[in-house]
Write a protein that binds this ligand. Structure first.
Ligand SMILES: [Mn+2]
Length: 331
């Protein structure tokens, strides 16, 4: 039984300010390459780790174009919603989102917290579970119920797909995350994670695989992202598990797509922080800014010191309270 996994495609019609290419065209080429890889490897199923779209309300013309492309996989697609796919971090809003539309029209199958699929082929059975993003997914109180899954006796393998901040080593304080070592008791043979865009590759703990090869697009212009080559993962389960990371050929060298000048500018920590404060202090502007993108940008920016990151995240926390109240009214 063969799978192809990729995550965090962040489909959008505009080009992020850090990118020098036509992001929309790049996205299309990447999807086309991934479809070709899936055909060449003759995979049975496509798995995606969430954040299909950059926002839940991407324009219909863009969704239409990508829906046509995604149908080209011509294989069942099992997936989950990421934080960018839903409104206000609320998984219950999926019915009014563009990912909900892909699900409703049968282009993808969304796995909710209580769903489990048992796939069978050639005498092998694999149980697939999905854990869409939720605000408490990495909380100390609840992370286990999302990350740790059971394996029934009557299946050969179990795969859990999750959209959460799973990391291989500790980050700085101020953002919730879950470490591989915290969840090594999971009975999932393979945990496939999205959400953390830089990824941690393919890791093994207690004979279990933990995989996040990162977003297929590079949005933030940190040094790590400039060096990173986006990739997908081929998984084959037979008598044993075979996993393989495949780098995308359509992903150009970081220097060619990410704006180095923007990175140089951000080296001035005070300037960066000043711009950030300006962004959130003007109310009209603020509503147009994706909070998680700000958090992603700050946390992945290697030019910022730990203290600056912590202070920024502390202030975001305060700003976020009033933001989510406003968002609920509009929703
Ligand atoms: Mn994402």
């Amino acid at each position: 039984m063969k799978f192809l996994f990729f995550t965090d495609s962040h489909i959008r019609g505009t080009t992020p300010k850090n990118r020098k290419d036509n992001f929309y065209e790049t996205l299309k080429s990447k999807f086309e390459e991934i479809i070709n890889i899936s055909k060449d490897l003759d995979v049975d199923y496509i798995l995606h780790g969430g954040d299909w779209f950059d926002r839940p309300d991407i324009s219909p013309s863009i969704v239409r174009e990508f829906a046509i492309i995604i149908k080209g996989f011509n294989k069942p697609i099992y997936t989950i919603a990421g934080n960018h796919d839903i409104y206000g971090h609320n998984p219950k809003t999926i019915g009014r989102t563009m990912l909900g539309l892909l699900e409703g029209t049968g282009i993808v199958t969304l796995l909710g917290y209580d769903d489990e699929m048992v796939l069978k082929k050639g005498g092998i059975s694999t149980k697939i579970t999905g854990r869409p993003y939720n605000y408490d997914i990495d909380s100390e109180e609840y992370y286990k119920k999302y990350y740790i899954v059971k394996k029934p006796d009557d299946v050969d393998y179990t795969i859990n797909i999750i959209h959460g901040m799973l990391l291989s080593k500790p980050f700085f304080k101020g953002i919730a995350y879950t470490l591989l070592d915290d969840i090594k008791d999971t009975e999932a043979d393979i945990t496939l994670a999205g959400h953390y865009h830089s990824g941690f590759g393919i890791k093994k703990r207690n004979d279990k695989f933990f995989i996040n090869t990162g977003s297929i697009v590079r949005i933030s212009n940190s040094l790590a992202e400039i060096k990173r080559k986006p990739s997908v993962v081929f998984v084959e389960v037979k008598e044993k598990i075979h996993v393989e990371e495949i780098q995308l050929k359509t992903a150009l060298p970081g220097e060619e797509v990410l704006d180095r000048e923007q990175l140089e500018m951000s080296k001035d920590r005070n300037l960066k922080l000043h711009e950030f404060y300006q962004g959130i202090s003007s109310k009209g502007e603020y509503k147009k800014i994706d909070l998680f993108k700000i958090i992603d940008e700050i946390t992945s920016n290697q030019e910022l010191s730990r203290e600056v990151k912590e202070e920024a995240l502390r202030r975001i926390g305060i700003a976020r309270e009033s933001f989510s109240k406003g968002e609920e009214q509009n929703d």
